[in-house]
Design a protein. Structure first.
Length: 325
């Protein structure tokens, strides 16, 4: 069923309802079908299809159970159960249960397990996000962009430059890639891998504590390992400062897994002789948590703020010094 008008030999529909499918040149209104809905040129309104929806350009909303296809620019909302495709720019929201692709730029948001676009002003939210120049945010498991002025939040972040990269592995071409080694009175030896941007980075830490976890039946030293975030200020050479947050699991060797942990805040100042070499020193404050403790605290420096049969909390200030490559 359709309500239409003839304009220069072309069909302009205001209402189009179909069982298996429908086709029109222009739509100014609503099209709904259980199968495929085809609009050869412009869509102004709402297009709904159980399987496949296509239009030459979109102003309004387009949704399909399988594939939502727009050959030109999109202004509004485009949703596809498996695939959403925009051949031009997207101004609004594009979402899909599988893949969302905008060949042009996105001003708004893309939401899909796999999102692909050119320049983005807004956000890409999904499992894997691929963009050009991004002004806004990429949030997913894997984020890839040329340049990000904003946030990349994921397990793996890749770009030429990013303002705030937060992830387990952040590979930023003009960012940080350093290895640090230092010592403190709470942990004798520590190493860390720092990855991220010029000012915000993440770090993976591994330490060695000869005192172990403090348990009476311990059989070897403690190996704290964990993850954290850092912020640095300063030039590539000369005086610099850093503030880092860490969360460590206290692993007992060779007994392995325990439930003990530590969280810390440290700040350090140093001198970078060149990009590959720096010396630093600073101060730290750590909170140690022992589950079902049976012996003394894991460090003699500090004081116990909570001691019960199921948990002990120890607060330990300290100093540190080291080298960074």
């Amino acid at each position: 069923m359709s309500i239409n008008a003839s304009v220069g030999g072309r069909t302009r529909n205001f209402l189009s309802l179909g069982l298996l499918g429908s086709r029109t040149t222009h739509l100014d209104g609503v099209s709904a079908t259980a199968g495929a809905s085809l609009i050869d040129e412009s869509l102004h309104g709402l297009q709904l299809a159980g399987a496949f929806a296509s239009a030459g350009s979109l102003t309004g909303a387009q949704a399909a159970g399988a594939v939502s296809w727009n050959g030109g620019a999109t202004q509004g909302l485009q949703l596809g159960g498996a695939l959403a495709w925009a051949g031009g720019d997207t101004l609004g929201v594009q979402g899909a249960g599988g893949v969302a692709i905008t060949r042009g730029s996105v001003l708004g948001a893309q939401l899909a397990p796999l999102s692909i676009a050119g320049p983005v002003l807004g956000a890409q939210l999904g499992v894997v996000n691929v963009g050009g120049d991004v002004d806004g945010a990429q949030v997913g498991v894997v984020n890839i962009a040329r340049r990000v002025r904003g946030l990349q939040l994921g397990v793996v972040n890749v770009s030429d430059s990013t303002t705030v990269p937060l992830g387990l592995v952040s590979v930023i071409a003009d960012g940080a890639f350093h290895v640090s080694a230092w010592s403190s009175e709470t942990t004798l030896a520590n190493v860390a891998l720092k990855l991220g941007g010029r000012h915000v980075y993440t770090h993976v830490d591994l330490g060695w504590n000869p005192r172990g976890s403090g348990r009476a039946n311990e059989t070897g030293p403690g190996l704290p390992w964990g993850y954290g975030f850092g912020w640095t200020l300063g030039p590539e050479r000369g005086l610099f400062g850093e503030v880092e947050l860490t969360f460590l699991h206290l692993w007992e060797f060779p007994r392995a897994w325990t439930k003990d942990f530590s969280a810390g805040l440290r700040t350090q100042w140093g001198w970078r002789f060149k990009e590959q070499l720096a010396l630093f020193a600073g101060a730290q404050l750590q909170v140690f948590g022992q589950m079902n403790p049976t012996a003394e605290a894991p460090t003699p420096f500090g004081w116990t703020v909570h001691d019960a049969s199921d948990v002990r909390i120890t607060l330990a200030p300290g100093v540190l010094a080291g080298v960074e490559l």
